[in-house]
Each structure stands twice: as structure tokens, then as C-alpha cells.
Design a protein around this ligand. Sequence first.
Ligand code: PMV
Ligand code: MG
Length: 359
Amino acid sequence: MSTGKAPGKLYLAGEYAVVETGFPAVLTSVNKYVTVTINKSQNGGTIQSKNLNKELIHWNRQGTELVFDDSESQLQYILAAIKFIEKYALERGVKLSYYDLLVTSELDSEDGKKYGLGSSAAVTVAVVKTLGDFYNLNLSAMDIYKISAISHLSVQGNGSLGDIAASAFGGIVAYYSPDRNWIFNMIRNHSITEILSLDWPELQIETLDLPDDLELTVGWTGSPASTSILVDRIALTKAQKVAKYQNFLHASRNNVENLIKGFKTNNSTLIKEMLSKYRTLLADLADFSDVHIETELLEKLCNIAEKLGGSAKTSGAGGGDCGIVLSDKTLDIDELKKEWRKVGITPLTLKIGEVIAHA
Ligand code: PMV
Ligand code: MG
């Protein structure tokens, strides 16, 4: 039997800009995990996940044909992860076997709603990591990131893969996104072994430490949001409002690099300042692209936290999901949670995830 787990994540800053090659973001992993268990079997295998039975399938019509977006299905990520890790196992001369694969997740609420903590990324990483152990492949965190990134990209083509980095490395990560066109081209005509051995253009992943006097608090709006739809909408703006979009990218890079500097110099004030500032950059982006990033409830979540002295913003694509607060440990967290509950925000009992040690 092999078992392995991968954490969920939250964006601290850099979301949207990080979709562009070489732009930075800071993400934190959280101490909630997707766990994969693999048991060797004979003459056939199974895949089991509670999530699969509860999936909501959104469908549409194209002419008279019914079509659906299968990038929302957890099964696609599991199958893609299996495909690429087994391709690599074969290259390493491993004999493939049959197994029963079980997925369990702490990234959904009791009634099966997603918290927006990057469950598709965590599932992908957990499958890659656990099958990697099952086949004794001795993968490093970077190998796990790369194989998971290839798998995820083959299902959902428009993401930065920052969630994969946070899930593969754990802790807090400074992340510069790789050139995904290069990855697509490489997959077409190179072995996984070769792709793993290369430095990917623009990719950088580095773990950071949170200063001891800072604390992370997370609130959940209770409404799920589709990251890939929001990202597609911003992509439309990009073509139409070139100058404004370029300004946003430039300001984002500055902001995130200062934030990274704050982490590296243990400067809590700078970290809090840069987090709050990213909220204003996102407000600007939302404004000129007409995409609703900070919903009414997320606005309340942030304003309540800021009033009590924290630095707050939406996390990730917004439109629902979670908001985050970084504050001194002196902030009255009980008061914050009480105020949040009054307006319908659920405080999540989350901590920053551990840094993950690999081969
Ligand atoms: O909503 P989330 O947590 O999935 O974050 C999305 C972050 C974006 O930058 C908007 C998209 C991406 O792939 O990086
Ligand atoms: Mg989201």
C-alpha cells in the first residue's frame, strides 16, 4: 500500500498577473489535504472518490449537441496525473501494475461544497506523489511540480500553475510562472525524463517564512467561483485595454516583489502594506475589465478585518471562495470571527501548511 497527501492553497498576492509568463505571485499552502491511497490489485483497478459521486455537471448546447466542460471534473485530473506519471515510470523501465486508487479530501465542506482552496491542483499533486512512491520513482518536489503541472495543463489550459507549486512544495512560496506554450510544445515531442531534466523558462519557486509576529486568518463566503471563467474574462480585457492591462502587470510585479522582500527581510509592516495594496490593484483591474472580483460579501469580509487592524483581500480569482487576513497576533481574532459570522462569513480553521520534504 502507498499513501500520500498534498495540501490546498491560498493566494496571498499576484493573482491574475501571474497568469502571464514570468510574473510573480506569493501563495501559501494550508493544513488541509487531499489524501490518496493506492492498493495493488489484480486484473483490473478502481478509482474511488466521494467527490466524483457528487459532481455537478454544467452542460451547454452547441447547435443541437449537448456539451460539458470536463475540466470541472475531478476525474479528469486524476486520469491525467495517472497518464503522465505512468509515462514517466515506463521511461524509467518500471513495470506497470493494477491498483485501487482512493481519494479523500479535506478541501470540501461537509455538504460537498468547494472552499476554493485549489482542490484540482491538490488532487493532481497527491496522485502524482503517491503513484511516484508506489512505483519507487524517488521524485523531488520539483519533479512532482513538473509532472503535476504537465497533467493539470493538459486538462485546464489557462492557469498559472501556482496552486500546483504551493501544493508540491508546501509552506509559503514565491512563484514565477513558466512559459506554458513552451511546456505544450515540449510535451508533444520530448520524453518526460527530458522535460524534467531541463530548467523551465521563467519558472522560479522559492519557499518563504512568515515572520513570527504575523498570523493568517481565513474567511469563506460559502459560494464557489469558477476560476477558469473569470480568467477567460480578464483575457478578453487584455486584448481590448492594452495600456491599462500593462499598467496593472507592472504595478503587480512591483507590489509582489516588495512583498517577497518583506518576507526575506522579516519585515511584517512591509508584508501587511503590500497585501493591502494588492487589494487596490485588484479593484482597479476589476474596474477596467468589468469582472466582479470582490463581491459584496468579500468586501464586507475585508472591511471588517481592516477596521480591526488587519490587512485583508480576496484570495485567488475572487467572485466568491475565500478572503484572507494577515495581522499582528494582537488583533482580536474572536471579535473578527464574531463580526464575520454576523454577515454570513464562515471563519475557516486553517493554518499555513508545513514545508514538504521530498527525495
Ligand atoms: O481562485 P483561485 O484560488 O483558483 O486562484 C486563481 C488565481 C489566478 O491567478 C486568477 C489564476 C491562476 O491560474 O493563477
Ligand atoms: Mg477561487
